[in-house]
Design a protein around this ligand. Structure first.
Ligand code: AHR
Length: 497
């Protein structure tokens, strides 16, 4: 088969939900504390304790939704510990993550302020594992009830007169593991019970999110859909990409060889199969696709940086991570009929972060640049596209060399995102633009490429990997031939004539 990309510019396949570009921030390592929250007395420029530089960068990237407070932390979090005068809040040990002291200075009010500053939707994850129905129900009341009630009064006493609006609420996290080690049958019943008391107050309509499967645990999805479909608006899925199959030796974030590079990309591509298979099960119980699939934890997970707390999950981020981000977002687009939200783990200083900080210094990772380049796809219409990709082989294994996706904005601008996974060879292939009245009026592009297999940004060299203008294309009629550099993520903007 000829290697090419065929793009039917006149066949639209639905909206790419902007929430696919969502993020996740947990009380883990230096994500919340240091990464987002520095406190009002900090010398680091902040607004009411929240770092200005981080807010600015996340806003630039158009962060649409932020999940908080965990993760595993969510099922140990008691929200009342994080309200009221900060000096009176409980200090405790974060047993899950590195034994750090949690002073609860960042709580509900601070999170809601952060979301307001970011102009993004809050996605709050409630506690099923160690919390009560009453506790969860009262949190929702505290957040969203505008009448006379004990929780509304408490909120007002703590300085917030008006209820907030909260669209997304998760009922537990990883309840098959750190959230209580439950069987799916047991969790399904608990889910039905807890969600009953996650009330809609006034105009606030909550999208109820049930805890979904770990990776390829299809039985979990089957049981949850069989027992609880009518009580949920979405079901989640968690999948992390490790270079190896050994959690004790996952592989390093930098300084790796071609084998770990290749394996990481191969394993990231597995997201397509996962989403396909979980969707098939969901289709059986929900053929109208009312229930969304939310991939609210995804991304790379490596060994921590040498010398850092193993419980803080701090890792560097290279061009390999940029490719994982680019190809995964392309997969989510393809499945946007079912995938309505995704949240990469985790925003700052943890796992596949978009931002790293060191004291007052901040850098944008290659993953950040991909999210920033791809933001043009948010809420755009997915276009029909087929890729007959060259193959990328390594030691007998093969994966497609090119991952691609395309969408059209309300203004009619077509964007095509293209990843060349090959670590040493450019990918040259024609992109046939079908369904256009004439030749495109303009074509422009931006590319993010690696100069070495682990190219990354450091605090000394924060701009080693940054987007550059892309000009390696030739337009002949409606055929656009592109030459994608090795290890690159490219986004083209095509304006029809
Ligand atoms: O993102 C880190 C951890 O990974 C989360 O707390 C948990 O939900 C998952 O296992």
């Amino acid at each position: 088969m000829a290697e090419r990309i065929v793009l039917n510019t006149d066949i639209r396949k639905g909206t790419i939900n902007r929430n696919i570009y969502g993020h996740f921030a947990e009380h883990l390592g230096r994500c919340i504390y240091e990464g987002i929250w520095v406190g009002e007395d900090s010398a680091i420029p902040n607004t009411k304790g929240i770092r200005n530089d981080v807010v600015e960068a996340l806003k630039e990237m158009k962060i649409p939704v932020l999940r908080w407070p965990g993760g595993c932390f969510a099922d140990e979090y008691h929200w009342k510990d994080g309200i009221g005068p900060s000096e009176e809040r409980k200090r405790m040990i974060n047993t899950h993550w590195g034994g750090a002291v949690e002073n609860n200075h960042f709580g509900t009010h601070e999170f809601m302020r952060l979301c307001a500053m970011l102009e993004c939707e809050p996605y709050i994850n409630g506690n099923v594992g160690s919390g009560t129905v009453q506790e969860m129900s009262e949190w929702v009341e505290y957040l969203t009830f505008n009448g006379v009630s004990p929780m509304a009064e408490l909120r007002q006493k703590n300085g917030q007169e008006e209820a907030w609006s909260v669209a997304y609420f998760g009922v537990g996290n990883e309840n098959w593991g750190c959230g209580g080690n439950m069987r799916p049958e047991y969790y399904a019943d608990l889910y039905r019970r807890y969600q009953t008391y996650v009330r809609n107050y006034g105009d606030n309509k909550i999208h109820r999110i049930a805890c979904g499967a770990n990776s390829d645990d299809y039985n979990w999805t089957e049981v949850l859909m069989r027992e609880a479909t009518r009580f949920m608006d979405s079901l989640t899925l968690h999948y992390y990409t490790l270079p190896t199959s050994d959690w004790a030796n996952k592989g390093a974030a930098t300084g790796y060889g071609t084998d770990e590079y290749f394996n990481t990309l191969k394993k990231a591509l597995f997201m397509d199969e996962l989403v396909t298979r979980h969707s098939v099960i969901m289709d059986k119980y929900d053929p109208d696709k009312r229930v969304g699939l939310i991939v609210d934890e995804w991304g790379t997970w490596y060994d921590v940086e040498p010398g850092t707390n193993p419980g803080f999950l701090y890792q560097q981020n290279t061009i390999r991570d940029a490719l994982v981000a680019g190809l995964t977002l392309n997969i989510f687009h393809k499945h946007s009929d079912r995938v309505r939200m995704a949240n990469i783990a985790q925003t700052v200083n943890v796992l596949q972060a978009v931002i790293l900080t060191e004291g007052e210094k901040m850098l944008l990772t290659p993953t950040y640049h991909v999210f920033n380049m791809y933001k043009v796809h948010q809420d755009a219409q997915l276009l029909d596209l087929t890729v007959d990709s060259p193959l990328y082989s390594y030691e007998g294994a093969e994966i497609p060399e090119v991952s691609a996706s395309a969408s059209v904005t309300a203004e009619g601008v077509i964007h095509v995102s293209l990843c060349n996974l090959n670590h040493e060879a450019s990918a040259a292939l024609p992109l046939e633009l079908r369904g256009l009245a004439g030749q495109p009026a303009t074509v422009s592009g931006t590319t993010l490429a690696g100069s070495s297999i682990d190219a990354h940004n450091t605090f000394e060299q924060p701009e080693a990997v940054v987007p550059q203008p892309f000009t390696a294309f030739k337009l002949e009629g409606n055929k656009l031939t592109v030459e994608l550099p090795p290890m690159s993520v490219t986004v083209l903007a095509i304006t029809p004539g």
